[in-house]
Design a protein around this ligand. Structure first.
Ligand SMILES: [Zn+2]
Length: 83
């Protein structure tokens, strides 16, 4: 029977990072899939990176649209317990 490599770390939880290209700039970035801002195209959510949010917000304001305000933790790893 194999030894449990995590036996010495009973309280350590895992975490998940999702990495994919931004729909705005195409650069890969990591994010929490439950919290990241996104746009839905043909029924599929596409994540938006922080740099693109910062870039588009002045344009949104100028056009009378609300700013995109990312949720806290949107660009941080997702706790294993939140899966
Ligand atoms: Zn981007």
């Amino acid at each position: 029977m194999a030894e449990d490599p995590w036996a010495d770390y009973p309280d350590s939880g895992g975490w998940v990072v999702v990495l994919s290209p931004c729909v705005g700039c195409g650069h890969p970035f990591s994010y929490n899939p439950h919290l990241v801002p996104s746009v839905t195209i043909a029924g599929t959510r596409h994540p938006i990176c922080q740099a693109c949010v910062t870039r588009v917000n002045p344009l949104r304001r100028a056009n009378g649209l609300p700013e995109i305000v990312p949720l806290a933790g949107a660009y941080e790893p997702l706790s294993e317990s939140a899966l």
